[in-house]
Write a protein that binds this ligand. Structure first.
Ligand SMILES: [Zn+2]
Length: 394
């Protein structure tokens, strides 16, 4: 067993410790068992010697659970730097830009899609992300969605079928919804854990989204929804009605939406994606309103080549604190345990006994620096399943 000692502050997210939302242990040690799960946490002074085969001293640095990024679109070809430049010159963003990436994705080989997805997953890992959800949604044909999900499956087990991202130009909405619910779902479901719909202006309305999600549920997939990003609509209410694991974006919410989410008692998480607002110069959602109402909030990157081309969860944490009225503790919790809740996982996003040993070593003494020092690389090393997978301990 490997004991990590000299931890200035250890964020466990272990509520049973009764040390606040983050379950922070100061002057801590952490033990990784032979099964690559957390075997022990506590104050170093209490570390039992029988738990120490190898000891690694991290000299007063902080350790946090690995980030759980529960919303990414890593399978795509090309990029949209030109569109970004145009948008930054005053042209507003609409969902249509997805079709540009669709064309690049359809013409890309499986190999190049896989290389690109791995490149981004590796980028995320280096900033502390140990679990990624990855969606399809840039193929928009039966064959291209099916191969996108195979690519996603090479990166993660948290794969999501997002055939209902936008309607491709060769189809009409009714025909396309039939295709998504029929042959496309049939070909994609074997490689997907979840189904998602972009329910918003310029994409799918509530009635179509309901039909698609119900078809996905029937095929055995878990449900998620892109809701209320571009304007207010019925997406969040639909998500709650269908018991989705997460309503993502939640930028435009009224009081009824917030109380509907709160009434789910955490079964439906609100996943906020502040880098999407940042990269589209849009209004940030008010996380304070959600948290004060009792809604479980997650933070994710929405990494995609159009509206949020970043894998950085530390950046999302900074934005959540500086622009969305979250406290530092809430933002770190939402990017770890919150992301796990959005994927309905209890084995990740926390460092309780028996959890998967996924954690990040920071180059500072406290997790507060993640918000306090925006844009600075603060992750020295990353462990996934008990193994050092990025950075170094020096
Ligand atoms: Zn998205």
């Amino acid at each position: 067993m490997i004991a990590i000692t000299g931890i200035s502050s250890l964020v466990t997210n272990d509520a049973s410790l009764e040390r606040g939302k983050l379950g922070v242990i100061n002057h801590a040690a952490l033990v990784v068992g032979v099964d690559n799960k957390i075997a022990w946490t506590g104050e170093e002074i209490n570390l039992p010697s029988e738990f120490v085969d190898i000891a690694i001293n991290v000299d007063g640095r902080a350790i946090i659970p690995g980030f759980v990024d529960s919303h990414t679109h890593l399978v795509f070809g090309g990029d949209r730097a030109e569109e970004f430049e145009a948008r930054m010159s005053g042209k507003p963003y609409s969902a249509g830009g997805i079709r540009t990436t669709m064309a690049a994705t359809r013409s890309a080989t499986n190999e190049s899609l896989t290389i690109n997805a791995h490149r981004l997953a590796n980028e995320a890992l280096n900033t502390g992300t140990t679990t990624l959800e990855v969606k399809s949604g840039y193929g928009l044909s039966v064959n291209d969605e099916a191969r996108s999900l195979k690519v996603a499956g090479a990166v993660t087990t948290e794969t999501t079928f997002l055939g209902a991202h936008v309607v491709p130009p060769e189809s009409t909405i009714d025909k396309y919804v039939d295709l998504v619910c029929g042959e496309m779902l049939k070909q994609c479901a074997p490689n997907a854990k979840w189904i998602d719909v972009f329910c918003d202006h310029g994409a799918f309305d509530v009635d179509h989204a309901r039909v698609i999600l119900q078809a996905g549920a029937k095929a055995g997939l878990g449900l998620r929804i892109h809701a209320n990003q571009l304007q207010h609509g019925g997406g969040v209410q639909l998500g709650v009605e269908l018991g989705v694991a997460s309503c993502d974006h939640c930028t435009h919410l009224n009081d009824a939406d917030i109380s509907a989410l709160a009434d789910t008692d955490g079964q439906t998480v609100a996943t906020l994606l502040p880098t999407a607002e940042l990269c589209t110069r849009s209004k940030f959602p008010d996380a304070r309103r959600l948290i004060d109402a009792g809604v479980t909030v997650a933070l994710a990157s929405d990494c995609n080549p159009g509206s949020s081309y970043t894998t950085s969860i530390p950046l999302a944490i900074s934005l959540a604190v500086l622009n969305m009225n979250m406290t530092c503790d809430e933002a770190v919790w939402s990017a770890t345990a919150g992301g796990a809740a959005a994927l309905r996982r209890t084995d990740i996003g926390a460092l309780h006994i028996g959890a998967q040993a996924d954690f990040a070593l920071l180059n500072t003494s406290s997790h507060v620096h993640l918000a306090y020092r925006p844009g600075v690389k603060l992750v020295d090393a990353v462990f996934a399943r008990g193994q050092l997978v990025a950075g170094s301990l020096r």
